[in-house]
Design a protein around this ligand. Structure first.
Ligand code: 6PG
Length: 250
């Protein structure tokens, strides 16, 4: 696995991979190492992201880590969801179900999806309660062990878009967001949850993201408008898992 690591800020690491397979392998090894010695009823909580990038990661993990990870030691959640039914091809839950969850040995009760088919405001509140009920607590907030995040070409992450950057600072754990061009309603976790996580991993591939990665890594003035630039786990680790194209400007 070809990679090299650049340490920047404390606890933050940029890892640049030859391929998305190598990037996926890193995630698989990280999840394996963080689940294999969990005692008894303990579990490892992961919030998945959506969009296109995770698809290849899910395919790789369900093939190459199928028997390697104790999947029932993991509880899967989502960092955001489109307000569509779970059968809709736009659903982040469906993406994970089709390419990961249906192909690994994991119990249904380990899966906590955001219900995109119900009233968005009601689900934002309901999912906040799901987080309270099913996650550990740190700093009096629900705490994920691992949050996977993507990076939009506009600098958005989860479903917090630049024109709604204030949602990142909401005191609510989940908010209703709206895609700036399609108007599609989304449910998203907010910065209070993201930055309370033990590990946050941006997974970013492709040349189209290179400029945003450069601006954020170099704290450029322009990056202040990007919600992704606000991700800074209070006590946790932050990984930027990149390929050579998305890292081509740093
Ligand atoms: C979503 C995602 C979103 C995504 C970025 C990057 O629901 O769409 O959570 O934040 O991660 O838009 O998407 P790509 O991987 O498709 O570039």
């Amino acid at each position: 696995m070809m990679e090299f690591t650049v340490n920047y800020k404390i606890n933050n690491q940029i890892k640049i991979f030859e391929s998305i397979s190598d990037l996926s392998k890193f995630i698989g090894i990280f999840w394996k190492e963080n689940t294999e010695n969990l005692p008894g009823e303990k579990f490892y909580s992961i919030a998945l992201s959506g969009g296109n990038t995770p698809l290849k990661i899910f395919q790789f993990l369900s093939k190459d880590f199928n028997e390697t990870i104790e999947w029932n030691k993991i509880h899967f959640f989502w960092g955001d969801e489109r307000c569509v039914p779970p059968t809709d091809n736009d659903s982040n839950y469906k993406l994970a179900k089709d390419f990961l969850l249906d192909n690994i040995n994991i119990n249904a009760q380990n899966i906590f999806r955001i219900k995109g088919e119900v009233d968005p405001k009601e689900e934002a509140e309901s999912y906040s309660n799901t987080l309270i009920k099913n996650l550990a607590t740190e700093n009096s907030l629900p705490k994920f062990d691992f949050v996977m995040l993507g990076l939009g070409e506009d600098g958005h992450t989860a479903s917090i878009f630049p024109n709604q950057i204030d949602l990142f600072h909401s005191t609510n754990y989940c908010e209703v967001a709206e895609h700036p061009t399609s108007g599609q309603k989304r449910i998203t976790i907010t910065g209070s949850i993201i930055n309370n996580s033990d590990t946050v991993a941006f997974v970013v591939v492709g040349k189209s993201k290179a400029a945003r990665v450069f601006e954020i890594m170099n704290n450029k003035e322009s990056s202040n408008q990007y919600p992704a630039s606000l991700v800074c786990p209070r006590n946790g680790k932050l990984f930027w898992l990149l390929d050579k194209k998305s890292a081509s400007m740093i």
